[in-house]
Design a protein around this ligand. Structure first.
Ligand code: DQA
Length: 145
């Protein structure tokens, strides 16, 4: 079983970026949490990808077709704007979980819309970086069914 974790813009700035909202851990720690949680959940491989570019994220989702069993995605700011990422997730129809580090539901109005959510079977918000471990657990349970 292979999982792909996709992170959108500015998540490479974790640790520097608004630590009061996103915490003090950096992107390397996010990758480590995903690798450890993936192994604990029995995934043979967890690839962790980050891009600041919408088209690169669409390319990555398309490339996953036929190769990846499940996706965990934090589209970051593209959550609230990107029909292209939604359409890519729908096109490949790979089971996907949406993750947000912060509790987006308690933040600005413009963060209340999520396009990606429409192609995800679950959403996790406000659990910090551990939300990725939770997402991989939900993905494994879903894939086992
Ligand atoms: C985020 C929430 C988004 O609104 C924001 O644009 C991000 C990160 C989160 O993980 O909490 O970049 O997806």
């Amino acid at each position: 079983m292979k999982a792909l974790v996709i992170n959108g813009p500015n998540l490479n700035m974790l640790g520097i970026r608004e630590p009061g909202i996103y915490g003090s851990h950096n992107y390397d720690r996010l990758v480590q949490i995903c690798q450890e949680a993936g192994a604990a959940q029995g995934f043979d491989e967890v690839e962790v990808f980050q891009s600041n570019h919408e088209g690169s994220i669409v390319d990555k989702i398309q490339e996953a077709y036929g190769k990846v069993d499940g996706i965990v995605i934090n589209p970051a700011a593209y959550t609230h704007t990107s029909v292209a990422i939604l359409d890519a997730l729908k096109a490949v129809a790979i089971p996907a979980v949406e993750v947000h580090i912060s509790a987006v539901e308690t933040r600005e109005d413009f963060r209340q819309v999520s396009y990606a959510r429409l192609a995800c079977f679950a959403t996790i918000t406000g659990e910090g970086l551990q939300g990725y471990a939770h997402a991989l657990e939900l993905l494994r349970e879903y894939l086992e069914k």
